[in-house]
Design a protein around this ligand. Sequence first.
Ligand SMILES: C[C@H](CCC[C@H](C)C(=O)SCCNC(=O)CCNC(=O)[C@H](O)C(C)(C)COP(=O)(O)OP(=O)(O)OC[C@H]1O[C@@H](n2cnc3c(N)ncnc32)[C@H](O)[C@@H]1OP(=O)(O)O)[C@H]1CC[C@H]2[C@@H]3[C@H](O)C[C@@H]4C[C@H](O)CC[C@]4(C)[C@H]3C[C@H](O)[C@]12C
Length: 383
Amino acid sequence: MALRGVRVVELAGLAPAPLCGMILADFGAQVVRVDRTPRSAVATDVQGRGKRSLALDLKRAPGAAVLRRLCCGADVLIEPFRHGVMEKLGLGPEVLLQENPRLIYARLTGFGQTGKYAKSAGHDINYLALSGVLSKLGRKNENPYAPINLLADFAGGGVMCAMGIITALYERTKSGKGQVIDASMVEGVAYLSSFLWKSQNLGLWNRPRGENLLDSGAPFYETYKTADGKFMAVGAIEPQFYEQLIKGLGLDSDKLPGQLSFSDWPEMKKKFASIFAQKTQAEWCSIFDGTDACVTPVLSFDDVASHQHNKQRSSFIKNDQEETSPRPAPLLSRTPAVPSFERDPFIGEHTEEILLEYGFTKQEITELYSEKVIEVSKPKANL
Ligand SMILES: C[C@H](CCC[C@H](C)C(=O)SCCNC(=O)CCNC(=O)[C@H](O)C(C)(C)COP(=O)(O)OP(=O)(O)OC[C@H]1O[C@@H](n2cnc3c(N)ncnc32)[C@H](O)[C@@H]1OP(=O)(O)O)[C@H]1CC[C@H]2[C@@H]3[C@H](O)C[C@@H]4C[C@H](O)CC[C@]4(C)[C@H]3C[C@H](O)[C@]12C
């Protein structure tokens, strides 16, 4: 796999950093997740695929010393805390990069390492709001809404940070040097929205929220309810595809307003809605499948993996716990990601094995354990 041999230390965080670590693990990196000890009641990392867990108390000096030794042997550190926490622990970039100049020190935060909010708590919706993108999301006359925590936490956070790490790893092959990655989710999601900025003068966004081409204003870029309470997604933007949509709906475009007649969009939406409501999702699929009308079923998590197209590409995988989840993307032809099919690690499950791998002696491990700096948890055998 492309990242085979890359050693990553991921400090346990809430959602963005775990996705970043999982992406690296899926593509072959050896990811050690450092969990807190005393451990939290509930393992909150549901993206633990392919990782191993070491439970370590960073607030104790011997614990911080353990992390420093791990980072001396690692290629990447991912830290998910607000600005200043690592410095307070004596684990800031100056310290760790001094001891390992090749280390790629990735700091994944909401607001970044500087600026008025750098030390403020926040979540996806806050970062999305501060990026400006949230102001564009939502239907006409409704409040802006955040699409779950997909955009800032994951797209602008975990994925953007993984890109930064892989870019820095590539650069290091030439310079031999590591560096600090300041991955701000505000900036990550703002960066993703470059298209919105660059298309300002194309007339795509100069109407109020929810009245534009791609933000639920246009009847040909919308979802519609079917007779069986499911939905179809319509994305027939180009005239030639729009013509196929009209045909599939049994309408005659000569008797309709022009596709880009903004003032007619509300009425056209009502017309489309009344037609889509007359047939089931399966019936609409039999009409539109195989055409260029850009009409697809809105699949639920229950049926997405078994849909013919997704099945043909094995887009979803099932681990040995029978848990379904998306296969890693993108698909590399020669060195594809090979995700682990094992269950996620328990907190502290691999503490001893990891420390031995990183050069700690049995004696040192015993002392760390007796001082409660580390925790070792062996999964209970299924009796
Ligand atoms: C996971 C579910 C989905 C959450 C997604 C949500 C929508 C997000 O947006 S997540 C993105 C959050 N933001 C960031 O990641 C940006 C950077 N991080 C931060 O800004 C902050 O970390 C923070 C604001 C997120 C949290 O601040 P906090 O003060 O808690 O922490 P920090 O200031 O960063 O400091 C860290 C402190 O921890 C110490 N530490 C760290 N590691 C160690 C260690 N190994 N040993 C010792 N100490 C350690 C460190 O020293 C710092 O200490 P100090 O503060 O003293 O300096 C979640 C959605 C719902 C959740 C569930 C729900 O809330 C109910 C339960 C609640 C229960 O408490 C936990 C289980 C829940 C089931 C809970 C589980 C999940 O969280 C959810 C499902």
